[in-house]
Write a protein that binds this ligand. Structure first.
Ligand SMILES: [Zn+2]
Length: 338
């Protein structure tokens, strides 16, 4: 049984390769964060090590140990793992030591299963040295070893690594599919399932995590309030907010980036409403507010705000001065009429 929901193309390709006994030695799963890359990787690790006839069965000891992270032949390498196997502080990159250790481990035969499986989660975070070391291993793959690379930002990978892997793209699910999965797996009520599904952008892993995290939805409500206040405010108040957000960026980068992401989804919703596509908005619980607000802006103003938000996001990605980038953004967002 495959745990992954959706992704029919990827699953059918893997299934037919498994059935023909023609699995590649390296795969690259590409897709947005929490779309299901790790779930599919663990499914595949189960499929090659399962002891039942209909693999992956999800129930035999091998399948259970893999899901529990206790199988000796299945290893996950990510920003949290250390080369000695211990959990440590998250790092900025996956270094050469981890990949050297991986090479050594890959050269030994499987310990308890049929295949050794190395899952590199966040392959775009491999240091240059580590990527080149991995490339050598991919060029001369040891037998009975399967490499599965997971990446969100494929453009940051060495092209030579990409060309050594069978590449599979994972796509966001439809809102309907996410809502159905929430109802089925968590018993989520219809209204909440609809909201979480539309906020998830089709990434079921995010939706499942958010569904059970009241704090996350409360933080979103707070950020929406901030956003509405700033949209209605004059420059003085906006600059104060830019300074506050820049400080937040300094000590909690993900939270500040989340705020900007929400702003972008909000203005995108305003664009949808303005152009008569209100059925497609993301912030489905804020429909009335969005319709009211959209009436106060011209289409060009909304488009301009989206451009400015995208530009600010890119500048922050490229380590621009956050306060400066956010102040420019505050200047560019349209002032409320009247
Ligand atoms: Zn099994």
């Amino acid at each position: 049984m495959w745990h992954i929901i959706g992704q029919p193309q990827a699953v059918s390709l893997l299934e037919s390769s498994l059935n023909r006994g023609q699995l590649c030695h390296a795969y690259l799963f590409v897709g947005p964060p929490r779309v299901g890359k790790m779930t599919l990787a663990l499914d595949l690790a189960q499929a090659v090590n399962c002891t039942a006839e209909a693999a992956p069965c999800a129930e035999c000891p091998a399948c259970r140990r893999i899901v529990a992270g206790k199988h000796a032949d299945v290893r996950v390498i990510d920003l949290n793992s250390n080369h000695n196997g211990a959990e440590g502080r998250p790092k900025a990159e996956i270094g050469i030591d981890e990949i050297k250790e991986l090479r050594n481990a890959a050269s030994l035969p499987p310990y308890e299963g049929k295949h050794k499986v190395f899952i590199i989660d966040g392959a775009e975070h491999l240091s240059n040295e580590a990527a080149n070391c991995l490339l050598k291993t991919l060029e001369e793959p040891p037998p009975q070893v399967l490499f599965i690379l997971l990446a969100t930002k494929e453009r940051l990978l060495l092209p030579t690594i990409v060309s050594r892997c069978q590449r599979l793209e994972l796509h966001p699910l439809s809102r309907k599919a996410v809502a159905e999965a929430l109802a089925e797996r968590r018993g989520t009520d219809a209204q909440k399932a609809k909201l979480v599904a539309s906020l998830s952008g089709g990434c079921l892993g995010w939706a499942l995590a958010a569904e059970g995290d009241e704090r996350l939805l409360a933080q979103r409500s707070q950020k929406i309030e901030e956003l509405l206040q700033v949209a209605a405010a004059g420059y003085e108040e906006r600059f104060a907010y830019a300074a506050q957000l820049a400080t937040r960026f300094g000590h909690d980068r993900p939270s500040a980036l989340d705020a900007l992401k929400l702003w972008l989804s909000w203005w995108h919703d305003l664009l949808l409403v303005k152009t008569g596509c209100g059925d497609w908005i993301t912030n489905v619980d804020q429909e009335a507010v969005l319709f009211h607000q959209a009436a106060g802006y011209k289409l060009a103003q909304i488009k301009g705000a989206i451009d400015s938000l995208q530009a600010a996001g890119e500048q922050l990605d490229h380590n621009a001065n956050p306060r400066l980038a956010l102040e420019v953004l505050m200047l560019n967002l349209p002032l409320k009429r009247g």
